[in-house]
Design a protein around this ligand. Structure first.
Ligand code: IFG
Length: 527
């Protein structure tokens, strides 16, 4: 049992050890060490020429005594590094040597809960943050400072040398999201967890799960067993469909939380409800259940009390198993619901969501209803569509924040270009540069930075039955949306970004990730 120094003594020793060493470093990096190619671009980054750290078999990952947050981040980093380096990399307490990685939570509160500093100096690597999320994001950045081979799951040769750098980083927007439509095509827990791991590499912190639609109902609701078992029994390709038990949904929530990603579940209503109406005749105004996959638009029976008993059960159970503040109620394309019925419905649904202690987010059409302040409008309009702009401005007038998901920029189901073999094109082609080269703070007239919670990249799976389709459409566009959400507008240039994006490809190759090698990006020669 190692003698335990009192934590203050250890802390003082750590501070002293991290002061810039006066002696030259035996392992000075070559002068030509390129500036690291990071995505998202940190808010502040300075190379330290002549300094470097090389991880080796004696390297340790050091944590402050009693810091559960640091241990979590350290263990996550260790699970990335151990298989590829072959080093033991024990997570332990001690004072740093020059080949150690040290975590501490003395990070500046001014960088916020998601901010961190990352220093690679002669004294070793230090990741410092005020809170748990910041430590995790420091890990994601540090990961990208190492050669791409670190992402392999088998032992690689190395060396594992990192050029000296000082990074201080904090996000621009609080909501940096992706959406996966598991209703049109179902993706199981393992596939969603793999997607979560991919998203977390780019500091995404929200995964919006589109759980119900015409083609499928994907979450089991007690008291309404047919919703998942019958309503989830197929998909847009007339395939086998599927659904999450509440325990499986809980696994997804837990896995996401360990990566500082909040799950935002969506039950779309009053439209996009055919799977629910096919499951229960009493959800239909005429008392007749339509066939599954019934074509055309649908609407819940807005003036029937059964509808609100149904929604109270659904929202209540979803709220109970969703730690996040928001439940998504959809509200889009309710084209067979009259304007008066739509307003009545959303007002009632808002009351149900609030009664279960949650706040609602909906596609921006919800702003047509009598919303109180507090809900979030998710903007999916295209540039210049007047009706959509008016609803966004209505949100602003009510003090409701907006999450920007313009279809002609952020919709990942849009083809990249005319040659893309799969995908949609009703909002036009979304090339890699289209998805990157826009500013959410100027996209909608009258809507500025302070009106926006952040950005989100929806991937609708109407026409994508497989997870490799999902990855092909997600990468390389998602990192660009993630950078819009995280990095300062001042660092936002396509010419600068495209070379940093190109440097991600060897990492995706090492991970075995499917992606589109867009001709817009100067990819390195395939290894
Ligand atoms: N619009 C529909 C989606 C999906 C999409 C495909 C929204 C909010 C077209 N609603 O986008 O259900 O079908 O691109």
């Amino acid at each position: 049992m190692k003698p335990r120094l009192p934590s203050l003594a250890v802390s003082l020793l750590v501070v002293l050890a991290l002061l810039p060493a006066t002696v030259g470093s035996a392992n000075a990096a070559p002068a030509s060490t390129p500036a690291p190619a990071l995505v998202p671009q940190p808010s502040s980054e300075h190379a330290l020429p002549g300094q470097s750290v090389s991880l080796d078999r004696s390297s340790r990952i050091l944590v402050p005594q009693g810091s559960h947050d640091a241990v979590s981040a350290a263990n996550y980093l260790a699970q990335v590094l151990r298989p590829s380096t072959g080093f033991a990399l024990p997570v332990t307490i001690g004072f740093p040597r020059r080949d150690d990685i040290t975590f501490d939570q003395w990070g500046a509160a001014s960088l916020g809960n998601e901010g961190y500093t990352l220093d690679v100096t002669r004294g070793g690597v230090r990741i410092s943050a005020h809170a748990s999320a910041g430590l995790f994001y420091g890990v994601q950045t540090f990961r990208q400072l190492l050669p791409a081979g670190v992402e392999k799951r088998s032992k690689q040769a190395g060396p594992w040398t990192i050029g000296g750098v000082r990074i201080s980083d904090t996000p621009r927007f609080a909501w940096r999201g992706a959406m996966l439509d598991v209703a049109r095509h179902f993706f199981d827990v393992g596939q969603v967890e793999t997607y979560l791991d991919e998203l977390s590499m780019y500091k995404i912190n929200v995964l919006h799960l589109h759980l119900s639609d015409n083609d499928g109902w994907r979450i089991d609701i007690n008291g309404w067993p047919r919703l998942a078992r019958y309503g989830g029994s197929t998909d847009a390709s007339r395939g086998p469909g599927g659904f999450y038990t509440q325990a499986q949904y809980g696994e997804i929530v837990k896995f996401a939380a360990a990566r500082h990603i909040t799950i935002v579940p969506e039950i779309d209503a009053p439209g996009h409800v055919t799977a629910a109406q096919a499951s229960y005749a009493q959800l239909n105004c005429d008392g007749v259940a339509p066939p599954l996959l019934n074509p055309g638009y649908s609407s819940l029976c807005v003036r029937s009390e059964v509808t609100y008993q149904f929604l109270d059960d659904v929202i209540g159970q979803l709220a109970a198993m969703t730690p996040g503040k928001y439940l998504h109620i959809g509200g889009d394309e309710a084209l067979t619901t009259s304007a008066a019925d739509y307003t009545y419905f959303v007002d009632r649904l808002q009351a149900i969501v609030h009664a279960h202690g949650k706040e609602l987010i909906g596609w921006h059409q919800i702003e047509a209803a009598d919303l109180t302040s507090g809900p979030v409008a998710q903007y999916w309009g295209t540039a210049g569509s007047a009706d959509d702009v008016a609803l966004a401005q209505q949100a602003k007038a009510r003090g409701n924040k907006i999450v920007m998901s313009p279809a002609d920029k952020s919709y990942l189901d849009m083809k990249y270009d005319a040659q893309t073999p799969i995908g949609q094109d009703w909002a036009g082609y979304n090339s890699v540069s289209d998805a990157y080269d826009w500013d959410p703070a100027t996209f909608v007239p009258g809507i500025g930075e302070s009106d926006i919670d952040g950005v989100e990249a929806p991937l609708w799976t109407d026409v994508f039955p497989t997870i490799s389709d999902v990855d092909y459409m997600t990468f390389p566009r998602l990192p660009g949306i993630a950078e819009i959400g995280w990095s300062p507008e001042s660092t936002h240039t396509w010419t600068g970004y495209r070379t940093r994006l190109a440097a991600q490809a060897p990492r995706w190759d090492a991970l075995g990730l499917t992606y589109y090698r867009s001709p817009e990006v100067p990819w390195p020669a395939a290894a």
